[in-house]
Design a binder for this molecule. Structure first.
Ligand code: URA
Length: 272
C-alpha cells in the first residue's frame, strides 16, 4: 500500500468518525473493549476469594484455635470450687464450636453431687437440649430403669463429653470433646466418684484415649487417668442406651456390664 493511499484512507476514516460525533482522541493507541469485556466475564466466573480467618478462641474452633480453647477451658474449670460454679462456667464458655450450631442451652449434669458412680454419655440430644439436663429423653428413661433395677438409683452423677447438642445428633468430634474435657475432668475432681461408666463408643474413646470399637471395649475394666496423672479411676465402657433402643437384643450385654460394675462398687474388696 502506498503512502498516498494510506493518507486518503486515514482522512476518510477520520471523516467517518467526525460524522459520527467523535471529535476528540483520548489515547494514542486503540483500546480493545471487546477483550476487556471477555476478561471481566472470566473474572466473574472465578470462585470467590476465601473468607478471612476466624478469630482465635471464639466459636469456630479449628486447628491451632483448639489449643487456645482448651487452655481457656482449663483456666475456667480450674477456678471452679463447686458444681454450681462449674455449671455457670460451662454456660458462659464460648470456646466450643457446638455452642453456635443451633444448641438452645448448655447441658451439664443431673444426679447426686457426691455420687460413687459417674456416668458419662456422648452429648445432649433434642430432649436434653430442650430441658437442660442430660439423659432425659427415651434413652435416658431406659438408662434410669436399668440403674434402678441394678440398685443404682440415686447413686449416680450423669454428664456428657460435650455440653451442647451436636447438630442433627451427630457424634461429637474429637476436637469438640477435647475442648470440653477440662470441664468433665473438673467435674470428676469435684464429685470424686469411685468409678466411671462410659456410655457409648464416642464417650469411651474420648475418656480412655483409645481407638477401639465399643463392642470390643464394653464390659471390660480400664483405668481412666486424669490429665495431670494424679488420679486414676476404674472405668467401664458400655453400650449406649440409644443403641439399645434400636437393637433391643443387645440389652442383655449392657445389663451384664451394669451388674459387673455394681458388684465392684458394692464389694470393692473382691478381686476384679
Ligand atoms: N445421649 C447422650 O449421650 N447423652 C445424653 O445426655 C442424651 C443422649
Amino acid at each position: 500500500m502506498s503512502p498516498a493511499v494510506d493518507q486518503r484512507a486515514v482522512e476518510s476514516l477520520l471523516a467517518f468518525w467526525a460524522d459520527a460525533g467523535v471529535e476528540v482522541s483520548y489515547a494514542d493507541a486503540p483500546i480493545d473493549r471487546l477483550a476487556e469485556g471477555v476478561a471481566m466475564l472470566r473474572a466473574k466466573s472465578q470462585p470467590p476469594p476465601p473468607p478471612p480467618p476466624t478469630r482465635p478462641g471464639l466459636a469456630a474452633v479449628r486447628g491451632p484455635d483448639v489449643g487456645a480453647a482448651i487452655a481457656a477451658a482449663k483456666a475456667a474449670a480450674a477456678a471452679c470450687q463447686d458444681l454450681d460454679s462449674l455449671a455457670a462456667a460451662i454456660a458462659a464458655f464460648d470456646g466450643c464450636a457446638l455452642k453456635t450450631q443451633g444448641a438452645k442451652q448448655a447441658v451439664f449434669s443431673r444426679g447426686v453431687a457426691d455420687a460413687p458412680l459417674m456416668i458419662i454419655g456422648e452429648g445432649p440430644g433434642a430432649d436434653e437440649d430442650a430441658q437442660g439436663a442430660p439423659f432425659v429423653g427415651r434413652a435416658g428413661k431406659l438408662l434410669d430403669r436399668m440403674l434402678k433395677a441394678a440398685g443404682l438409683e440415686g447413686r449416680v452423677f450423669i454428664t456428657n463429653t460435650v455440653f451442647w447438642r451436636p447438630p442433627g445428633n451427630r457424634t461429637p468430634t474429637p476436637q469438640e470433646q477435647a475442648v470440653c474435657a477440662p470441664f468433665v475432668e473438673r467435674a470428676i475432681a469435684l464429685v470424686k466418684p469411685k468409678m466411671l461408666l462410659l456410655a457409648g463408643g464416642a464417650s469411651a474413646k474420648a475418656m480412655l484415649k483409645r481407638d477401639e470399637g465399643i463392642l470390643s471395649m464394653r464390659g471390660r475394666w480400664f483405668e481412666w487417668l486424669s490429665e495431670d496423672k494424679a488420679t486414676e479411676l476404674p472405668a467401664m465402657p458400655t453400650l449406649h442406651p440409644a443403641f439399645l433402643l434400636r437393637t433391643p437384643a443387645q440389652k442383655k450385654k449392657a445389663w451384664q456390664d451394669l451388674l459387673t460394675l455394681t458388684e465392684r462398687l458394692d464389694r470393692p474388696e473382691r478381686p476384679h
